[in-house]
Design a protein around this ligand. Structure first.
Ligand SMILES: *Cc1c(COP(=O)(O)O)cnc(C)c1O
Length: 391
């Protein structure tokens, strides 16, 4: 046992990752399947842009994998969140409940609609929105008028909740569905990090009115840049297909656009990459879950940190493996970050709370964001690429 706790943590991560030459990133994409063939096919046939068969194949593949009725491919996850809120009817000067502890895109997309994020606390158990705390807060701070929820203080309508599955670990989504029903609030799942994660046997992203996936370069599968919106509601799906494709009315030659639309289409080139990645997604998940179990064992009974393990009733894709510093050891975080990065092992702290970022400091928020504040200080993400868990 070395005397220095940070050195001890570094040693354990190294023991799992192994002695490798060079830099070990947090999450590296892997293109060892049909990626090149499919992309080459786009180039050979000329179908590289917003129309092409890979887009449809990718959408159908996502539907099959997640069990959702409709998947609509879009240019990135952030655009997907924006379009999702537009079709749900989030309006200027509404408020949307957003965890303070999330990636900034979640809140940005709310502002694109002219609405305001209203920041709520998370819980340690899931790192996601705390349903009990949310219910109590809404009881005290909102009133229902005409089947709509209003913030008593700001008088603004609270139209939606954006729940996020943090680092791939499912939030208590069934509980949140109930809270949203009670308070007449629509539910969007930011499932950008949770492709391949399940809550009580059902894929994340299949619980809310709408959900959004991301295929950015650091996610579990990538299309370079890309995203998808999931829904079981065929009316919403039709609306989404329309507005994300410039709201063009079908006609053999006329350019008729019947509302302000968006060019949020995923190019065929990117979808080709996605089709190849989907084929190997199950093996990525298997390797990532194996890596997580190695970390879990290595950090068992560690005096300084917990390894974040999936909760009962959930199956996680372990997108980013997560260490949580115990209360008494928050002070060693920066030393761990320094030592690991100096040793070519990429580690990162979690996001700064969105509620503390300059564009968002004056937005409404729960007075008590204590759990989010703890998570902000206590989390360290550690190397998570599938190849590290090769069996
Ligand atoms: C990656 C991510 C997004 C945004 O996805 P992009 O495709 O990068 O726009 C949104 N929310 C969360 C929680 C994410 O991790």
């Amino acid at each position: 046992m070395s005397k220095n706790p940070a050195e001890e943590v570094l040693k354990i991560i190294r023991s799992v990752v192994g002695n490798r030459d060079g830099f070990v990133p947090l999450h590296e994409p892997s293109f060892r399947a049909n990626e090149l063939d499919y992309v080459k096919d786009c180039i050979d046939t000329g179908w590289v842009s917003s129309v092409g068969s890979y887009v449809e194949d990718f959408e159908r593949g996502l539907e099959k994998f997640t069990g959702i009725k409709h998947a609509i491919a879009v240019v990135n996850g952030t655009a997907g969140l924006h379009a999702a809120m537009v079709v749900l009817g989030v309006k200027e000067n509404d408020e949307v409940l957003v965890p303070a502890f999330t990636f900034v895109a979640t809140a940005n997309s709310v502002r694109y609609c002219g609405a305001f994020p209203h920041f709520v606390d998370s819980e340690k158990e899931t790192m996601g929105v705390d349903p009990q705390k949310l219910r109590a807060y809404l009881k005290d701070n909102t009133e229902i008028k005409n089947f709509e929820c209003y913030n008593k203080k700001t008088k603004r309508r609270i139209s939606a909740l954006m729940a996020m599955h943090t680092f791939g670990h499912p939030v208590k989504i069934n509980e949140l569905v109930k809270v949203c029903k009670e308070f007449h609030i629509k539910l969007i799942e930011d499932a950008a990090e949770s492709l391949g994660s399940y809550y009580e046997g059902k894929h994340t992203g299949c619980f809310g009115e709408l959900a959004v996936l991301s295929f950015n370069g650091n996610k579990i599968i990538t299309t370079g840049g890309g995203g998808a919106i999931l829904t079981n509601d065929s009316v919403l799906a039709d609306r989404l297909k329309h507005i994300t494709k410039t709201s063009k009315v079908s006609h053999p030659w006329e350019f008729i656009h019947d509302e302000v639309g968006f060019n949020y289409r995923l190019p065929n080139l990117n979808a080709a990459l996605g089709c190849a990645q989907l084929e190997v997604l199950p093996s990525f998940i298997e390797k990532k879950r194996n890596l997580a179990s190695l970390y879990q064992r290595a950090f068992e009974n560690n005096p300084y940190v917990y390894f974040f393990n999936e909760n009962e009733g959930t199956k996680s894709n372990y997108w980013l493996n997560t260490l949580i510093l115990k209360e008494d050891f928050l002070g060693i975080r920066d030393e761990i970050l320094k030592l690991t990065n100096a040793d070519n092992l990429m580690t990162r702290p979690a996001w700064k709370l969105i509620s503390s970022l300059s564009p968002y400091v004056s937005c409404p928020q729960m007075e008590d964001l204590s759990c989010a504040k703890y998570l902000e200080k206590a989390i360290i993400n550690i190397p998570s690429s599938p190849y590290l868990g090769e069996i």
